[in-house]
Design a protein around this ligand. Structure first.
Ligand SMILES: [Zn+2]
Length: 48
């Protein structure tokens, strides 16, 4: 189990519209849906 993967509570997958299935992978900088496997690149590090 990767220590750099976090469960994204309260988010809905933009692809399959399932809630609470997204995981944030800090190593890859991506968020992956466990339900449909959709992966999206996050925009962390810019702004905030
Ligand atoms: Zn999905």
């Amino acid at each position: 189990m990767k220590l750099t993967a976090f469960f994204l509570d309260g988010l809905t997958c933009a692809c399959c519209h399932t809630e609470n299935t997204l995981w944030l992978d800090l190593d890859a900088g991506t968020a992956e849906c466990r339900e449909c496997g959709q992966t999206a690149v996050t925009d962390r590090g810019s702004g905030l």
